[in-house]
Design a protein around this ligand. Structure first.
Ligand code: B3K
Ligand code: ZN
Length: 870
């Protein structure tokens, strides 16, 4: 397979003035007629005329009206072309019904739809399928279906046809077409400058009742982007379509976003609070792409983080504003540690801007997306809120209509703020998670080199700062080698620090220390007493902080830190240590930590949402990674035992407070998926999980029976399934009877049974579910419901006998023949295989080698398994 390099970038030799496409839809024989005006691109080096094209049957091609016979290969087509501008015409035939890869034009339950990012347009017609070739599109759709949609504004429609025109030049990856028997949930929005926009969410008949929440989220997103970024919508219509068969979450096609139905359809009866929050965020994300991605797109796919990192950053800001910044930050960091850290610290590690790939679809990763967003968060911290706002204004002003690069992005920050970002740029080119270690020194008598700041009114030093003590933080950074990058240079690390005095008052409020060297010290002068340092507040950089800190100090921060993230982190750190001691030498859980945590959890002056987050324990995968980092071989069974044991002890120790906490978490008002109610139910579900360890599931059964929303119903079912001994059998059957016709709820039914099974039965539960009549493995949501749940069950997936690896490998091999993209993405479940003992390693290697040896294996999956086996 061919490797593509960033350093080989060359502009395309032609520009496109406009594209006219006609689609004559038929499941097995759709005709696509293209008329494209090409003109030489003056800035490009000389090259042969080549158009991408895959799985297309060429019927006819012509240049300036004269038929030609091009040379067609599996990748595309070549032919001689005139020196000046010319009209290209081609008619091809494609078979959407036979397209199981869900890329290009395909069918999902009788509906036609497209997915073109990254390189799916070449399966629709011959075209320079690269993001730096932009054009306006006019599209005519002919088909015997009531709803025919494409990008842009509608320009005409009649019986069996419709025409659309998109006035905004765009790359082919943003092209979309939908045709089907659909109904709309409609609304409207008037932009700040007075443009009336028709809004529609198109769904299959029967799903109309699940659109209202998504519509509200869309309108909130439109308002937010106007208010916060000054960005308005730019067409007369904004369409969203829900489709059941989709490889990922959603797609930002210009004016016609296409969503996995699981990421847009919502109702209180069928969706959990987490679903609602995720849907709100994804709708926002796709909408925000209209400016960060569509109006300003990427020059080439190596620049993917230019649109994805920025758009994730923007949707995080949006969620913070809608639901509160503290818990959002905690959740984002949990997610980063769960998904990005293993990637960055294993064989799949790659820079935020990769430098080579075989299949670009394999680089829609947590590193590009989530670490890409973290890099922007650091940039914002370094230049400040005003600097960030100026840089973004300049970005939109300077690059609107461009296919831009990371260099362009950094330059607007340099030009807007006067900062040199040469070293900062390493965050885009160096892979791996930096380790940051810190040492503290305290000198009670160190006359200040600069006097402490004085209150200009009284000429007195602020009270807390009075003294001549000096506190010094000495940091060292080190990034371990990653594939292809043995040596790393120091990165710019913004370290947000606050200092507390022993009674819990903040003596130094949050200050951003800017570390640029491999080792660097920062001193705070004029202190009266030795402070307690709260370091890396708000998780100000995506690093692993290695800090030797006494349990007492961590318990102090858990109780007193004014930074919510670090309060949570102090507890996490105590939890990690407690669990690691249990895992490595059987030490019982840290009682002092449990008591300090209990205080916070029962503190009703804190929000239920935050208290619920405080009850999060480090995941079993995270513990395995930590053990590995410390030079131990993780034992998944011991990790499971310790985690379960800890939860049991929490339940016992806090037995007396659980009823009052459950009462506090009760919501009496009608269901609303807002932050307040969501926080209460989140706390309630954690309390119910503890109660279920004491009462065998009695309270959970009562909640299940009374539940009038999916959040309460599903958390109760999970508790019952975890209680074991058949406690969940009746509820599981009742749930099935109630929801058997709702495919999204049935995905939950499939997934939960695997997630809640004991390690020694989870693999056979998953295997049995794959034999269930409703296990439609060609549907990515259903496939993932069972098999991603298995991959996420740490102790079961890493079962010592290799049965978890084998089951996943069997199914990945089967799916690869139909759907390479989803297969390749799910292969990443194996990325940590080298952490484990020899027996497990041998079994994981055998599973990977079996996948690698599959005849006809896709380029996507081949690239993934090869990287993991190297
Ligand atoms: N841009 C799409 C992802 C496309 C994935 C292609 N394999 C969704 C998003 O990030 O918004
Ligand atoms: Zn995106």
């Amino acid at each position: 397979p061919q490797t593509i390099y960033l350093s080989d970038y060359k502009p395309f030799g032609w520009q496109i003035e406009d594209v006219h496409l006609t689609f004559r839809l038929a499941p097995e024989t759709t005709r696509v007629i293209a008329r494209i005006h090409f003109a030489p691109n003056p800035g490009a080096p000389a090259q042969d005329f080549f158009l991408h094209g895959e799985e297309l049957r060429l019927i006819r091609a012509a240049i300036d009206g004269a038929e030609i016979v091009p040379v067609v290969t599996a990748e595309g087509l070549r032919c001689p072309v005139p020196d000046g501008p010319f009209l290209w015409e081609a008619e091809v035939e494609i078979a959407p019904a036979a397209n199981t890869a869900l890329e290009g034009l395909y069918m999902s339950k009788g509906m036609y739809c497209t997915q073109c990012e990254a390189e799916g347009f070449r399966k629709i017609t011959f075209y320079p399928d690269r993001p730096d070739v932009m054009s306006t599109f006019t599209v005519r759709i002919e088909g015997d279906l009531p709803v025919l949609l494409s990008n842009g504004n509608p320009t005409g429609a009649g019986d069996g046809w419709a025409e659309w025109h998109d006035p905004w030049p765009k790359p082919a990856y943003l092209f979309a077409l939908v045709a089907g028997d659909l109904v709309a949930h409609s609304d409207s929005f008037t932009t700040r400058s007075g443009r009336a926009v028709a809004l529609n969410i198109w769904v299959r008949p029967g799903d109309e009742g699940k659109c209202a929440f998504g519509m509200e989220a869309l309108k909130k997103s439109m308002t937010w982007d106007e208010e916060v970024y000054g960005r308005e919508y730019d067409l007369d219509v904004f369409n969203i379509v829900a489709v059941d068969d989709f490889n990922m979450g959603a797609m930002e096609n210009k004016g016609l976003n296409i969503f996995n139905s699981s990421c847009v359809l919502a109702s209180p009866e069928t969706s959990t609070d987490d679903n609602f929050e995720r849907i709100e965020a994804i709708i926002a994300h796709e909408y925000f792409h209209n400016w960060t991605g569509n109006r300003i797109t990427c020059r080439d796919w190596f620049q993917l983080c230019l649109k994805e990192g920025l758009t994730v950053f923007r949707d995080s800001q949006f969620t913070s504003d809608m639901r509160g910044p503290e818990v959002k930050r905690i959740n984002d960091v949990r997610d980063l540690r769960a998904r990005q850290f293993p990637e960055d610290q294993g064989p799949l590690s790659h820079p935020v801007r990769p430098e080579s790939f075989q299949e670009i679809n394999n680089f829609y990763t947590a590193t590009v997306y989530e670490k890409g967003a973290e890099v922007i968060g650091m940039l914002k911290r370094l230049v400040g809120d005003d600097g960030y706002a100026r840089a973004l204004d300049l970005y939109f002003e300077r690059h609107d209509g461009d296919a831009a690069t990371i260099e362009d992005w950094l330059r607007v920050f340099e030009d807007a703020t006067g900062r040199d970002l040469g070293q900062f740029k390493r965050w885009y080119s160096q892979a791996g998670t930096p380790r940051l270690s810190v040492r503290e020194t305290w000198e009670p008598r160190a006359p200040a080199s600069t006097p402490p700041s004085r209150d200009p009114a009284t000429q007195e030093a602020p009270d807390q700062a009075r003294g001549d003590g000096r506190f010094t933080l000495s940091f060292t950074q080190h990034t371990p080698p990653t594939p292809g990058q043995p040596d790393k240079a120091p990165q710019v690390i913004p370290i947000a620090v606050g200092l507390l005095n022993p009674n819990g008052d903040e003596v130094v409020p949050t200050t951003v220390l800017e570390m640029t060297q491999a080792s660097q010290s920062f001193s705070f002068d004029g202190l009266a007493t030795r402070p307690v340092a709260s370091i890396l507040r708000g998780f100000s950089a995506p690093v692993v902080l290695e800090r030797e800190q006494s349990r007492e100090e961590r318990a102090f921060l858990l109780a007193h830190d004014t930074d919510a993230f670090n309060r949570w982190e102090a507890s996490q750190s105590l939890a990690r240590d407690s669990l690691l001691s249990t895992i490595t030498d059987g030490t019982p859980p840290d009682a002092a930590w449990l008591d300090a945590l209990h205080k916070v959890v029962t503190d009703s002056t804190l929000t239920p949402d935050f208290r619920s987050s405080m009850l999060d324990l480090p995941s079993q995968g995270e513990l395995a990674q930590l053990l590995h980092r410390r030079g131990n071989v993780p034992d998944p069974d011991a990790i499971w035992q310790a985690s379960e044991g800890l939860r049991g002890i929490m339940a016992e120790r806090w037995r007396a407070s659980l009823p009052a906490l459950a009462e506090e978490a009760r919501v009496d008002a009608p269901y609303r998926p807002d932050a307040e109610q969501t926080g209460k139910r989140a706390l309630g579900s954690k309390i119910l999980a503890l109660q279920s360890r004491l009462d065998g599931g009695k309270a959970a059964q009562a909640q299940f029976d009374a539940a009038d929303n999916m959040t309460l119903q599903l958390t109760a079912l999970a508790c019952l399934l975890r209680a074991g001994a058949g406690a969940g059998d009746a509820a599981l059957a009742a749930f099935h009877a109630q929801w058997k016709d709702d495919r999204l709820v049935m995905d939950k039914w499939f997934g939960l049974q695997v997630a809640c099974a004991e390690p020694d039965t989870a693999v056979s539960v998953a295997a049995a579910l794959t034999r269930h009549a409703d296990f439609d493995w060609r549907n990515p949501n259903r496939f993932r419901a069972v098999l991603s749940a298995l991959a996420g069950h740490h102790a079961a997936f890493h079962a010592a006998d290799g049965s978890g690896y084998d089951l996943l490998a069997d199914w990945l091999i089967r799916l690869d023949a139909k759907n390479p993209q989803t297969t390749a993405r799910m292969c990443a479940a194996f990325q940590t295989w080298k952490r484990y003992d020899e027996g497990r390693q041998a079994r994981a290697r055998a599973a990977l080698e079996r996948i690698a040896a599959t005849p006809g294996l896709s380029r996507d999956t081949n690239e993934m398994v090869t990287r993991m086996l190297t």
